[in-house]
Write a protein that binds this ligand. Structure first.
Ligand code: FCB
Length: 456
């Protein structure tokens, strides 16, 4: 019997900018993603988030879809610029009311809300003052967290401060692939610090406003394996793991920044000295505020090859990517999810873990009969749920799984080309069609286990 624990929290996830549209409605302020998407060349298909899935107007239908799926929880994010159009100051009541209605609608449908406070849509007004590179943004985030948790805290108990600090800082400020599109590594490290600090400071504020608060943060984690046993590949793997995973996990779990990665940053000329000048006394303690859970976003593993020596001088590769890749060119490799969860337990021992995102991009659309046969996503889902169950059997406190995503949506710098949804969205008509993967997920949730078959 491949059953999940009885109280396992089955969910689906989305984020505000990726689905809501209505970017100029009801007093919403501009966000860095509106500005970024309006800048030619930044979004692969030249699109933006102004309509997206029109969820702002269709949220009732989307809640109905979730009720049909049978999920127990919905992870969504709040658009900061709907609440505080200029980042701080006076609350925009219409924006707050939207989320209040959504929360009520979810509760009526028997679906528990899980709120992410920051999923990348920083108010543009704050970016004008330095965005996450500015220490002032920490205070602004804490005020925002306070306002939202005061209003929704009577009905929402599960809170995620930030989604994926690595993406916010490295993609946003390091390599410029995401908004606000800067390319400066010392900015990226300062931004990461301010994001983590704002997380730590917000934890106690949320707890003060929410009776049975469960507070955590979501990290995107990428388990790394050296491509060969050579010393060079092993060291490259250490460095990759350090920069991608430990740089965020270590400070959150009270270990401070990893010394070996600080040394790497200096050696690479990303920062001038090992003294991280954005760190002030008390910051590391604040960042390590105890949390109730760790949110894990897992998509793929990394197979790491050193670029310090020419390929011809390195040892032959012994670890190869599986041939199956998603439309993101990400390898489909479920085994690393089990390894990752076991490692998190061993090295950080979080009270609880939720997989807050896991999923795959495949462009499969409806056949002539209207059915969306996304067999590759069905396979991805099954194997990753198996991997999750393996981890539970080995003692990992995995308490829930949120499929990314409820429906196809605006995939950031890729625009609408990459489809991650369990539900297909026809953007011309806004029609939603549950894919085969949605039917599979529905059956898994109903059985609370994996012994399910799909109709041929
Ligand atoms: C994650 C993001 C999410 C989505 C998936 C595919 O990095 O949190 O918004 O874009 O990737």
């Amino acid at each position: 019997m491949r059953q999940f624990p009885p109280d396992f929290l089955w969910g689906v996830a989305t984020s505000a900018f990726q689905i809501e549209g209505a970017t100029q409605t009801d007093g919403r302020g501009e966000s860095i993603w509106d500005r970024f998407a309006a800048t030619p060349g930044k979004i692969a298909d030249g699109t933006d988030g102004s309509v997206a899935c029109d969820h702002y107007n269709r949220w009732k239908d989307d809640v109905e879809t979730m009720r049909w799926l049978g999920v127990k929880s919905y992870r969504f994010s709040i658009a900061w610029p709907r609440i505080l159009p200029l980042g701080r100051g006076k609350v925009n009541q219409a924006g707050m009311d939207f989320y209040s209605r959504l929360v009520d609608g979810l509760l009526t449908a028997g679906i528990e809300p899980m709120v992410t406070l920051y999923h990348w849509d920083l108010p543009q007004a704050l970016d004008d003052k330095g965005g996450w590179t500015a220490r002032d943004t920490v205070g602004a985030f804490v005020e925002y967290a306070d306002e939202v948790s005061q209003v929704l805290g009577d009905r929402v108990s599960k809170w995620i401060t930030h989604n994926e600090p690595w993406c916010i800082s490295v993609l946003g400020y390091g390599n410029g692939e995401h908004a606000p599109g800067h390319k400066n590594w010392s900015e990226a490290l300062a931004a990461a610090h301010h994001v983590l600090l704002s997380h730590g400071q917000a934890v106690s504020v949320i707890r003060a406003n929410v009776k049975k608060a469960e507070v955590g943060i979501t990290l995107n984690l990428c388990p790394a394996q050296p491509a060969s046993p050579s010393a060079e590949d092993q060291d490259a793997c250490r460095a990759f793991d350090g920069g991608f995973n430990r740089w965020y996990l270590d400070p959150i779990y009270g270990k401070g920044y990893p010394q070996d990665v600080i040394a790497d940053h200096v050696a690479a000329g990303r920062i001038a000295s090992e003294k991280l000048d954005f760190v002030r006394p008390g910051d590391l303690e604040a960042m390590a505020a105890p949390t109730d859970f760790l949110g894990v976003n897992y998509y793929s593993r990394g197979i790491i090859r050193s670029d310090r020596i020419p390929e011809s001088q390195n040892a032959p590769r012994t670890v190869h990517a599986e041939p199956e890749k998603t439309d993101m060119d990400w390898e489909v490799y479920a085994g690393a999810l089990t390894d990752l969860l076991l490692r998190l337990k061993k090295d950080y021992n979080p009270k609880r873990i939720y997989i807050t995102e896991n999923g795959a991009a495949y462009s499969t659309g409806p056949d002539a009969d209207g059915r969306v046969r996304d067999t590759k996503r069905v396979h991805y889902l099954r194997t990753h749920l198996e991997a999750s169950l393996d981890a539970i059997k080995q003692g990992v406190p995995l308490a829930g799984y949120f499929a990314w995503s409820l429906m196809d949506n605006f995939e950031w710098a890729w625009g609408y080309q990459k489809r991650f949804g369990l539900v297909f969205v026809d953007y011309a008509t806004q029609k939603r069609i549950p894919k085969d993967s949605a039917h599979l997920y529905r059956a898994v949730v109903a059985r609370n286990g994996l012994d399910v078959e799909l109709a041929a």
